[in-house]
Design a protein around this ligand. Structure first.
Ligand code: IMP
Length: 196
């Protein structure tokens, strides 16, 4: 299969991408490894649109299978905020300690059963023939009452998975990849690519 370029600068994401796609793809490169830079405004209103914006910006400069993802946290009680704005919530440079504390305080007094939330991930791929594909996957959970766990990133310390009795920040990278929105979306995309 053609080489894959995954449009991210995030090394953690690249490790996950490589672990999942390795057996069905040839070379898998990050943007940095491919020597490509993009400055695309992620101004879509859906995760799929934002993933496509990034993938198209790379595809304009590079050959191969181009992939990009976009993800976010949806909290039902907050009308699915922060959603597609998850990275920009309270400002891109605000620490997640502050963002997480803010979300917990916005849920003060909200009972367990109303603290439902999910991580969402869309992955877009642009094939060498120009065909565009998108997939989406989620992981359901609840917003906790305090930050727990040191692994992962972003909103992981407040994202509690009831079946496991842990936040996603208390999981190892391998454990999280098995159940995460991004892990599931990558496996869906892998299945799409294997159909080619
Ligand atoms: P992007 O998909 O890289 O644009 O990031 C979206 C934002 O959603 C991240 O910056 C985090 O705030 C949040 N997010 C997405 N996936 C996760 C996750 O697995 N754990 C914690 N936060 C996440």
């Amino acid at each position: 299969m053609e080489r894959v370029i995954f449009a991210t600068g995030n090394e953690g994401k690249m490790r996950e991408v490589r672990a999942i796609l390795a057996e069905s793809c040839g070379e898998i490169l990050s943007m940095k490894e491919a020597g490509v830079r993009i400055d695309a405004a992620e101004d879509g209103v859906t995760y799929e649109e934002n993933a496509l914006i990034k993938a198209r910006a790379v595809a304009a400069q590079m050959d191969g299978i181009i992939m990009a993802d976009d993800s976010g946290l949806e909290i039902d009680f907050l009308d699915r905020e922060p959603g597609v704005y998850s990275a920009r919530y309270m400002g891109e440079d605000t620490s997640y300690r502050v963002k997480n504390a803010n979300l917990i305080s916005r849920l003060e007094g909200v009972p367990e059963e109303k603290r439902t939330a999910r991580f969402v991930c869309a992955i877009a791929a642009i094939l060498p023939n120009g065909i565009e594909k998108t997939v989406r996957a989620t992981i359901e959970g609840r917003i906790g009452y305090e930050e727990k766990g040191l692994n992962g990133f972003g909103y992981d310390p407040i994202f509690y998975v009831p079946e496991l009795g842990k936040t996603t920040a208390e999981l190892t990278e391998e454990e999280k990849n098995l159940i995460s929105h991004r892990g599931k979306a990558l496996r869906l995309m892998k299945a799409e690519l294997e159909k080619l």
